[in-house]
Design a protein around this ligand. Structure first.
Ligand code: ADP
Ligand code: MG
Length: 221
């Protein structure tokens, strides 16, 4: 199987004034094409830190991170930004939609950063594929939570990433909206996109092929 991201004995230490927090301790973790992984664990155990490292949002303090076989752990911000826009899509608990842009504009937003042009029809069919074909000109404030998260998933897919990383994507949703978003993540996997989801939602975790448990900055076995 092809490796997309590989973390090799990675640690992450945050410094807050004089205090040091070792959020991730010597973790090795690899994401392959076709993976569908749930990351579970208590609050503060390092789940978000691990996801951010895998998504090149942050540099490791020690250890190496490779994306598609190329070492990028200490790469410059512009190299990391390029990887983020080409290889990885992100979905967050808080959706992070721009309130003054329509559904269509929000979904197309990453194209500005990746310098790509995608015909409007293609953005529309992406939004149709996440069940939002009837909401194209709505503003985020006119949508339900589940619909907002589906816009965020479409936005994560617009650059056709090989990997989607989601940090508690159903954390702000009622159970019905959560169910529709869970279905959607399942369909990403069947489209051949690797998916890694941090979640407290047992239903979502149970759907994933692999569950990784993080405790106190390490992968529990
Ligand atoms: P989780 O997502 O499992 O709740 P996090 O990865 O957010 O855990 O946090 C792991 C540890 O690192 C926690 O002790 C948290 O307080 C600390 N931490 C996370 N981000 C930062 C930061 N930017 N600066 C300082 N400490 C941080
Ligand atoms: Mg977190």
């Amino acid at each position: 199987m092809n490796s997309i991201v590989k973390l090799d004995t990675v640690s992450k230490i945050y410094r807050r004034g004089r205090e040091e927090v070792q959020a991730i301790k010597n973790v090795s973790f690899e994401i392959f094409e076709g993976d569908q992984i749930a990351i579970c664990g208590p609050s503060g155990s390092g789940k978000t830190t691990l996801l951010n490292l895998a998504g090149c949002m942050d540099h490791p303090t020690t250890g190496t991170i490779s994306v598609e076989g190329k070492e990028v752990g200490q790469a410059s911000e512009s190299v990391l930004a390029d990887i983020r826009s080409r290889t990885v899509g992100f979905v967050f608990q808080q959706f992070f939609l721009i309130p003054t842009l329509t559904v269509l504009e929000n979904a197309a937003l990453p194209l500005i950063f990746s310098n790509r042009v995608v015909p409007r029809d293609q953005v529309v069919s992406l939004l149709e594929s996440v069940g939002l074909g009837h909401r194209l000109d709505h503003l985020p404030g006119q949508l339900s939570g589940g619909e907002m998260q589906r816009v965020a998933v479409a936005r994560a897919l617009i650059n056709e990433p090989r990997l989607v990383l989601a940090d508690e994507p159903t954390g702000n949703l009622d159970s019905r909206s959560a169910a529709s978003v869970i279905e959607l993540f399942d369909s990403l996997h069947s489209r051949g996109i690797a998916v890694v989801i941090v979640t407290h939602n047992p239903e979502l975790a149970a759907r994933c092929r692999k569950v990784v448990r993080i405790e106190d900055g390490t992968i529990a076995v």
